[in-house]
Design a protein around this ligand. Structure first.
Ligand code: GDP
Ligand code: MG
Length: 676
């Protein structure tokens, strides 16, 4: 931490004009430095340099307030014999900023001189001006208010605006001492030409002060307090130092006695102004007041420069923004209608950078804190407007990625034998890669834009699509397998059923087993493509077995429809009745026994009906019953029934009629041969 300067020796070197060399130089202290730090050396100066040790209450404290270069230091040095820096006419060098304190020569008066830049002209450091003015007001018994005659009646020129703030905060911080501790405001009107009498000037100032006081926002409980409860006023004038040097010196020395001679009828340091702070406690008291002032937020009003910066930066930002809005207009429509905007990232960046640059160009000359704040506001606003394009483009990238995925997968699957799992994984990778590249390209720096959630969403969607596609492909594969099954089943079953007999169902079951076996092998081969889990594969096998059985029973039913069935029965009957053991057609002779072969043939044919009616599901290879699990739309037991009871009866009747007719005809043919 930089300490307040105590370099009074150096100060004597840079000191201005009129301190006569024979005068003993009084040490002065940089009480509050440019960094607004309070010196640790006040007590040392009071005790050792100024000889005020053990002085108790027997000393006075005054300060001066007024615009820069109004001859404050010049006046103080003459009134108190101090050596505050005066700005010399020749060199016009800047004096060191801050509050300086010194002791009056041959008097127990401490004097504070305030040095600063001219806040109103430079637009800066009103903060320091306000704080140091308030400090002077709060600590001093007498505050000399220094001003040019021509400043009287000018609200701003006379520091009245500053006084308003200082009065207000003073009231707020120290207003509790109402009527107890008063301060004398000693107005010194400089370069008084003489045409306007002091009485008029002081009236103007008084009414200005009353007006200011009336307009103050006062703390609770002090709403009705009067300015006179806190302040007394004295007004005086001084002639022009350069134009009337002799008069000036005379009047200054007269003024001097009002500050130094307690027997002077106009002596300023009256008991009612006493702060009752012993000299050895002043350093603590004054430091306390300074800290209170420093932590008071009401004093941190924006400076003129800040206000100006806010106003101008807003204007500049608005101009930059209207160009920005114009430039980004082109993105809106294509993005909203689902298109991908080419080069969106670089284009957004360029537009944003141009906006910032155009803002910087004019705004960077203004108050740097305000400029920086506004700049980040501009950036944030631009980013938030661009973010909707970012989000929109992400959505479109997502759509496009999904299309790419589907397209790539479909295209690959057109080729016979394409392996599904690997192809889908590759398409997934490509689609996500496409999305990522596109997303990265539109994420601008200096933003908190993210697309993690979108990637997650995309991956989910792709997985879902892939699963749907996989199901379709599996269904396709099942159709192929079914065709295969059908081929292995239909023809052999027909052949078996055309030759009905006891071993018939055993052969059908064997055909079924073989067909399922062969097809399962094919399934195992084809299923590799899908990278299936064991239970998925198991399910497919179960389905295949059921499908095979359904095809088997369907074929059986088709072979057992009414017409076919009766044909088969009659066929069997005729085979047995009308052909001999060698298969040759029989010609009945009158001696032949027609009745017995007829009955045998008929009964054998009729015996086929119950055989056909119900599938015997015994597997001849193992002797065990073949069973399949029933489902909602598949009843295994039901599937074994080929011909219902009533149809069996019907078939038997039909067969009988047909057989009877054949029998009658055979009988007739014998009679006919006999007749020849
Ligand atoms: P401060 O900044 O208020 O302390 O002013 P200084 O005391 O440093 O003086 C600033 C300039 O004004 C110097 O050039 C002085 O010579 C000049 N000056 C001092 N007193 C008077 C005065 O009564 N009238 C005029 N016109 N100039 C003065
Ligand atoms: Mg000065």
């Amino acid at each position: 931490k930089q300490r307040a300067s105590t370099d009074f020796i150096n100060a004597t070197v840079t000191m201005g004009t009129p301190t006569s060399p024979e005068k003993e130089l009084l040490p002065r202290l940089h009480l509050i430095n440019e960094q607004k730090e309070f010196s640790d050396d006040l007590l040392t100066f009071i005790n050792e340099k100024w000889g005020l040790k053990d002085t108790g209450f027997n000393y006075n404290l005054a300060a001066i307030f007024g615009s820069q270069s109004t001859g404050k230091s010049t006046l103080l040095n003459r009134l108190f014999g101090t050596n505050f820096d005066e700005m010399s006419e020749s060199s016009r060098q800047q004096t060191t900023k801050g509050i300086w304190i010194s002791k009056g020569k041959d008097m127990k008066v401490l004097i504070m001189d305030v040095e600063g830049t001219d806040g109103r002209e430079r637009g800066e450091d009103q903060d320091f001006e306000r704080k140091s003015a308030l400090f002077s007001l709060a600590t001093s018994e007498v505050l000399i208010v220094n001003m040019w005659e021509h400043q009287v009646g000018l609200y701003n020129g006379a520091n009245m605006g500053l006084l308003k703030t200082v009065f207000e905060v003073n009231l707020q911080l120290f207003g509790g001492n109402r009527g107890k501790e008063k301060t004398l405001l000693f107005f010194v009107i400089r370069d008084h030409v003489g045409s306007t009498p002091l009485a008029n000037l002081s009236n103007t100032l008084r009414s200005d002060l009353e007006r200011i006081w009336g307009g103050l926002s006062k703390p609770e409980g002090l709403e009705d307090c009067k300015i006179t409860e806190y302040f007394d006023f004295t007004f005086t004038t001084l002639p022009h130092k350069l134009l009337q040097p002799d008069m000036f010196e005379t009047e200054v020395s007269q003024l001097r006695s009002r500050f130094s001679d307690s027997s002077d009828p106009n002596y300023v340091f009256q008991p009612q102004y006493q702060r009752r702070v012993p000299a050895d406690g002043l350093h603590i008291y004054a430091k306390g007041i300074w800290e209170k002032i420093m932590t008071n937020k009401d004093l941190d009003l924006p400076t003129q420069q800040e206000l100006l910066a806010q106003f101008r930066c807003d204007e500049i930002a608005n101009v930059a923004f209207s160009a920005f809005v114009e430039a980004i207009k082109d993105f809106k429509r294509p993005i909203e209608s689902g298109h991908l905007v080419e080069n969106l990232g670089p284009r957004m960046k360029e537009i944003r950078d141009t906006t910032i640059k155009s803002f910087d160009k004019d705004a960077s000359r203004y108050h740097s804190d305000v400029y920086k704040r506004k700049r980040s506001e501009v950036l944030t606003k631009a980013n938030s407007m661009l973010e909707s394009f970012f989000v929109g483009q992400l959505k479109n990238l997502h759509k496009k990625a999904v299309l790419l995925f589907s397209g790539q997968l479909q295209e690959a699957l057109k080729v016979e034998g394409t392996e599904f799992a690997g192809t889908a994984a590759a398409a997934h990778k490509d689609a996500v890669g496409f999305f990522l590249t596109g997303a990265k390209a539109i994420k601008l720096d200096d933003t908190d834009w993210e697309y993690e959630e979108e990637i997650y969403q995309l991956e989910n969607d792709l997985k879902e699509l892939s699963a749907t596609q996989k199901e379709k492909e599996i269904t396709k594969m099942q159709a192929t397998l079914e065709k295969h099954l059908k081929k292995e089943l239909d023809e052999p079953i027909k052949l078996v059923l055309d030759q009905p007999g006891p071993g018939m169902w055993g052969r059908v079951v064997t055909i079924y087993m073989r067909a399922v076996d062969n097809t399962e092998k094919l399934l195992q081969k084809k299923a590799k493509s899908f990278d299936l889990k064991d239970e998925e594969l198991e399910q497919l096998v179960t389905k295949l077995k059921r499908q095979g059985w359904i095809l088997t029973t369907k074929k059986v039913h088709n072979e057992s429809v009414d017409g076919l069935m009766i044909y088969k029965l009659i066929n069997r009957f005729e085979e047995r009745f009308q052909r001999d053991e060698r298969g040759l057609p029989r010609v009945w002779k009158p001696t032949d026994d027609i009745d017995t072969p007829f009955r045998n043939a008929r009964d054998e044919a009729i015996a086929l009906i119950p055989l056909y009616a119900h599938i015997d599901n015994t597997d001849p290879a193992t002797g065990t019953k073949l069973t399949l699990e029933s489902t909602d739309d598949f009843d295994f037991d039901q599937s074994l029934i080929v011909i219902s009871e009533s149809r069996q009866q019907e078939l038997a009747n039909q067969l009988r009629r047909k057989a009877d007719a054949t029998f009658v005809e055979a009988k007739r043919s014998v009679v006919a041969t006999q007749a020849k």
